[in-house]
Design a binder for this molecule. Structure first.
Ligand SMILES: O=C[C@H](O)[C@H](O)COP(=O)(O)O
Ligand SMILES: C=C(OP(=O)(O)O)C(=O)O
Length: 362
């Protein structure tokens, strides 16, 4: 816009636009409503999601003494392999249903320490073509297929507006270590319809996760988009089904008895339920997939000891990074190994099944 004051400027003084100087493009994508209508949740699936959310919330509140186990790949890059994994997991979820609440990890958005592949929604081809529309469609379609196998799905919420496209199908969510202190993510969690776990910070700080749980329990007003993709002011009621996840940190693991007791003290002081989920991967395993199984067995022994002593275990959930094939490969491996992670190293299927059996016995 030009004002009378600007008329004193010579043409050579006129600036270029000061907006969007570092934006290459804006690409339109379908609205959440369009995608949800194209790939509907259906009443039967919605009933399953609601039942799973309620059961998970009851475990977190101490009203159900089963153990939540969030298990699956670090990230989904190949929906066929993810569904293959889900077909193996579903019978175990049924077999152990009286002792474990198994939730499949179906992570589409990856927070990076610096740069790297940001997940299937952002770049489904893993080739820097960033076909986000395809990524959203593939992600939603996979979630529906997994629900149809009878498995609840868990995912990390990273982009503040992507939940509108998939969250109706999600039974449990996570806010990661790199975003647990972010106001934007705490506000987001306050409006999400499922229980949400806040990871401790990458430096091992657990208080930031406790603060995240408290912040998410409160109502918030913030910027967002509505179901039709229009900018909107979002008002939430707060989410009281949140909990913390111990994932270790730069100073080492934090799943030992003393660290768990410290975390419980922090939760109690904050007036929150004395329950934690423990991530057996990340800094609790030194990102060593073999070590993950050992961590899980140690946790199974701790839970068993609490029960033997007549105490209610404070560990109400366990997380495992697991895929069909052990370890990890680079996103540009050619050819890619079917069923192997392209982000963090994962446990293979057989040790995963053994660990699930050990957890069920705890
Ligand atoms: O869980 C996955 C990774 O630990 C997380 O996304 C960070 O990955 P990066 O350190 O390889 O970027
Ligand atoms: C990124 C993850 O973990 P964290 O936030 O604990 O690093 C993850 O669980 O995929």
């Amino acid at each position: 816009m030009t004002t009378t004051d600007d008329l004193t400027l010579s043409v050579s003084d006129l600036p270029q636009s000061t907006s969007d100087r570092r934006i290459k493009t804006f690409r339109a994508i379908p609205s959440p409503d369009t995608l949800r209508n194209e790939l509907p949740l259906t009443a039967r699936r919605a009933l399953a999601v609601q039942r799973d959310r309620d059961e998970i919330a009851a475990i977190l509140a101490g009203h159900d003494d089963r153990l939540i186990v969030v298990v699956g790949p670090c990230s989904v890059h190949d929906p066929v392999a993810a569904l293959d994994y889900a077909r193996r997991l579903a019978p175990l979820a049924t077999a152990y249903a009286d002792r474990l609440k198994i939730v499949m990890r179906v992570y589409f958005e990856k927070p990076r320490t610096t740069v790297g592949w940001k997940g299937l929604i952002n770049d489904p081809g893993m080739d820097e073509t960033y076909d986000v529309e395809r990524g959203l469609r593939t992600a939603r379609s996979l979630l529906l297929d997994i629900i149809d196998l009878g498995l609840p799905v868990g995912t990390e919420f990273l982009e503040p507006t992507s939940p509108q496209y998939i969250a109706d199908a999600v039974a449990w969510g996570a806010i990661g270590a790199r975003t647990t202190e972010s106001q934007v993510h705490r506000q987001l969690a306050s409006g999400l319809s499922m229980p949400i776990g806040f990871k401790n910070g990458t430096d091992g700080n657990v208080q930031v996760a406790v603060d995240g749980v408290r912040a998410a329990a409160a109502p918030h007003v913030f910027f967002g988009v509505d179901d039709f993709g229009l900018g909107a002011v979002v008002e939430t009621v707060g989410n009281t089904d949140c909990h913390i996840i111990l994932r270790g940190g730069t100073r080492g693991p934090n799943y030992d008895d003393a660290s768990v007791a410290d975390a419980i003290t922090g939760l109690t002081k904050a007036g929150l339920a004395p329950k934690v989920m423990v991530d057996c991967s990340h800094a609790n395993s030194g990102k060593d997939h073999i070590r993950q199984a050992e961590v899980a067995r140690e946790l199974a022994a701790t839970i068993r000891a609490s029960r033997a002593a007549g105490e209610e275990p404070t560990i109400s959930g366990v997380m495992l990074e697991s895929f069909l094939v052990a370890g990890a490969q680079s996103t540009d491996a050619a050819p890619l190994t079917y069923g192997q992670s392209v982000t963090d190293k994962c446990m293979a299927w057989d040790p995963t099944a053994e660990v699930l059996a050990a957890l069920a016995q705890s």
